[in-house]
Design a binder for this molecule. Structure first.
Ligand SMILES: Nc1nc2c(ncn2[C@@H]2O[C@H](COP(=O)(O)OP(=O)(O)OP(=O)(O)O)[C@@H](O)[C@H]2O)c(=O)[nH]1
Ligand SMILES: [Mg+2]
Length: 209
């Protein structure tokens, strides 16, 4: 990655990032004023932690050991340039059924019908790899032609050979996805791996609008 891009990422994420809205139904979604990028993935995969790591603010998005922490779509305005959207997780079996259905429906609606949505980051836990629920989400994004990129989280949990195997497997599973961005991002919010690069990539997305 070019030095200029990294610098653009650093500058963008050094600017203010503010809470805009928390939505638990379609009517509560904020107006589409800025381009948006959303963080999607299973419960507990590390979506909120990644938003915090990117923005360098530990407490911006609420994280938790308990899966199912983020129950609404949370919008953050980054530097008046782009909104970061922290989504509720999917695929957490022991959450109350009615709730999970409601989150999934709103999240699905958002992912499939939001014109301002530029890119979805689909987070995959390094210890789990791509599962059935993730494949369902990829199918939805393909169908609705929403561009997505796979982001491996918790990279600190794997040794190099394990990571290489995971990457190979992930590449195989995403190769056939037409809406998938070709590069797979490897990150650790805890150990600050890949965060600088992801910031630069997002700055690139913000610049083109
Ligand atoms: N080792 C390690 N743990 C992480 C990392 N990122 C997140 N975690 C942990 O994973 C757990 C879940 O993190 P969250 O950021 O709340 O996950 P989430 O995807 O927002 O979860 P929901 O909101 O429930 O869907 C927390 O205990 C975090 O500390 C990482 O990079 N490395
Ligand atoms: Mg969360």
């Amino acid at each position: 990655m070019e030095q200029d891009d990294l610098e653009a990422g650093r500058l963008l994420f050094a600017r203010p990032c503010q809470f805009v809205a928390a939505a638990n139904n379609l009517r509560a979604l904020p107006e589409m004023t800025r381009p948006e990028i959303a963080f999607a993935g299973r419960s507990n995969v590390g979506k909120s932690s990644l938003v915090n790591a990117l923005t360098g603010r530990r407490m911006l998005a609420r994280t938790s050991q308990t899966p199912g922490r983020t129950r609404q779509l949370i919008f953050f305005n980054l530097a008046d340039r782009i909104d970061l959207v922290d989504l509720p997780g999917y695929g957490y079996a022991s959450a109350p059924k009615a709730d999970i259905k409601a989150w999934t429906k709103l999240t699905r609606q958002f992912l499939s019908g939001r014109q301002s949505l530029q890119r979805v980051f689909l987070l995959i836990d390094s210890r789990r790899g791509i599962g059935t629920a993730d494949e369902d989400v990829m199918a939805l994004l393909n169908k609705t032609a929403v561009s997505f990129a796979v982001v491996i989280t918790k990279a600190d949990k794997l040794k190099v050979p394990e990571m290489n195997k995971l990457l190979e497997n992930t590449e195989q599973k995403t190769a056939k996805q037409v809406a998938a961005f070709p590069k797979i991002w490897v990150t650790s919010s805890e150990k600050d791996i890949g965060i600088t690069e992801l910031r630069a990539h997002i700055a690139g997305l913000a610049l083109t609008h």
